[in-house]
Design a protein around this ligand. Structure first.
Ligand SMILES: Cc1cc2nc3c(=O)[nH]c(=O)nc-3n(C[C@H](O)[C@H](O)[C@H](O)COP(=O)(O)O)c2cc1C
Length: 478
């Protein structure tokens, strides 16, 4: 499997696998993957925080469209950063059509993240998207390709139409993507469009087509992707239900354990023999963050492993430091309270949550939060009775959700993980003149306890290089 990575550092949103982590992993010769979720928001907030370290400025200077770079920079940059009690600017929502300024923010957000992850070394870098967050796809992917992204990895959905987008963008040709609209009827136009030439301010040579790796949890999905995608699929990440972040729901009739967690069974096991028969490279994910597992995966015919949890808590990750330290301390004390919450995420997918006090995993913290939906990445498109397309989220104010045809039952227990995840990335929204600050939410795989193996003697901190050393079974020379 020449030229393919053995270790993929999985994409972790929002900004947990930021450019710093991905750059470190790729520099070490493995595949670093930045999260592609909410990068417009992440960029705007970094600029409103005064662009510490000047890294965004470096990436803006390399961006080919100078007018656009200037507009986005002047929209958000605050020298020295905003006042702590001042709110971050509220960006418009993505939709079937994207307002031009937001499209520019999104394009640059993706460009900046990939550019910085690639900076200073020759190795490929990937970007991860959740298929479910469809509205920014077309713009995001073009921004990432402008920065020379080497791999696109996509989970949480069935990304049949992504390969065609990649092929179109090689020559800056227009691309389309079908928006899933609940209740859509024949004849409704639910297609999103992006025409690079409407944004290009100069001619550019063709772009390189990144490799495309869908993240899947079933054999059926692998076969469907191969048969029905509108272009080339380059391999698969096979992710099991122990992985951090969102998980595929169990197949068959939903059942919950006594602790209220989804129960997975034999039907959720991916048949690797059938996957091998497809003839494409594949990587195994979910609990592959320890010694010996890489060899075990290779013995199964995999090209390697994708690892998330182990990297999420290392020095270079974008998880904000107070949360990171708190989780590392818990693990050092022998505690690793991870729960698979079947309803917290408005996406409808089970979501693994670390039960840490002070985060929205704590019911008291969440109940004290005003129900606001102002980021909206997980909103669902639906057809209104008069035939328009509107958006709703089960964690928005209840009366609003119900007025859009949502049910109280579906809204119960849902959390605004958009605001919570951006807070976890270190840029919490501030409301009511600083009297309310959004709390975060933390996710990890079932093997959170396993990160204890990376801690150095006398310290609970560890680096991405420590993780890679353990994965490769290399001796610790320290
Ligand atoms: C903090 C965290 C955030 C994650 N976010 C995403 C994400 O945004 N998109 C995605 O496809 N996978 C996400 N994942 C899954 C990882 O990319 C990876 O597949 C998974 O963590 C592998 O299993 P492990 O956690 O047992 O190592 C996340 C995982 C963690 C731990």
């Amino acid at each position: 499997m020449d030229g393919l990575p053995k270790i993929i550092q999985g994409g972790m949103g929002v900004a947990v696998s930021g450019w710093r982590l991905a750059q470190t992993v790729s520099r070490l010769g493995h595949l670093g993957v930045v999260s592609g979720t909410a990068l417009d928001q992440v960029l705007a907030r970094r600029l409103e925080d005064g662009d510490p370290g000047g890294h965004c400025r470096r990436a803006f200077d390399a961006f080919p469209f100078r007018g656009m770079a200037e507009r986005v920079w002047s929209r958000y940059y605050i020298p020295g950063g905003k006042a702590p009690d001042a709110p971050y600017t509220r960006l418009p929502f993505h939709g079937l059509e994207c307002p031009r300024p937001l499209a520019e923010d999104c394009l640059l957000g993706n460009f900046v993240e990939v550019f910085l992850a690639r900076d200073g070394h020759p190795n490929p870098v990937g970007i991860n998207y959740l298929e479910k967050i469809q509205t920014p796809h077309l713009i995001s992917i073009y921004g990432a390709m402008l920065a020379g992204v080497g791999y696109i990895l996509m989970g949480a959905g069935i990304p049949l139409k992504i390969p065609g987008v990649l092929d179109a963008y090689v020559n800056h040709e227009p691309a389309t993507y079908p928006l899933y609209v609940a209740g859509a009827q024949d004849g409704d136009d639910t297609t999103m469009h992006f025409r690079p030439r409407e944004f290009m301010e100069c001619d550019l040579p063709p772009l390189t087509r990144p490799r495309f790796l869908p993240i899947i949890a079933s054999n059926t999905l692998a076969v469907t992707l191969l048969r029905k995608s509108n272009g080339k699929v380059d391999g698969f990440i096979i992710e099991g239900p122990t992985a951090g972040g969102h998980n595929a729901p169990p197949r068959g009739k939903p059942a919950l354990s006594a602790q209220g967690e989804p129960v997975y069974g034999e039907r959720d096991r991916v048949n690797l023999e059938a996957i091998r028969g497809l003839g494409l490279p594949f990587w195994l994910a979910g609990g592959f963050g320890g010694p010996d597992v890489l060899q075990a995966a290779l013995d199964e015919g995999a090209a390697g492993v994708q690892v998330g949890t182990a990297f999420a808590y290392c020095e270079e990750s974008g998880l904000r430091d107070d949360y990171k330290q708190a989780v590392l301390r818990l693990v050092a004390e022998g505690k690793s309270p991870v729960r698979t919450d079947p309803i917290a995420s408005p996406s409808g997918f089970p979501f693994k949550v670390v039960e840490l006090d002070g985060t929205v995993a704590d019911e008291a913290v969440y109940n004290a939060r005003p129900r606001v939906c102002d980021l909206g990445y997980l909103r669902e498109a639906y057809r209104t009775p008069d035939g328009r397309i509107d958006f709703r989220c089960p964690s928005e104010p209840l009366s609003v959700y119900v007025s859009k045809g949502g049910t109280e039952e579906d809204a119960a227990g849902r959390k605004c993980i958009c605001n919570a995840l951006v807070a976890t990335a270190g840029a919490p929204q501030v409301r009511a003149q600083g009297r309310f600050v959004e709390a975060g939410i933390i996710t990890a795989g079932d093997d959170l306890a396993g990160i204890g193996r990376f801690m150095r003697r006398g310290s609970i901190r560890y680096t991405a290089a420590d993780v890679i050393r353990v994965l490769l079974d290399e001796r610790d020379e320290r």
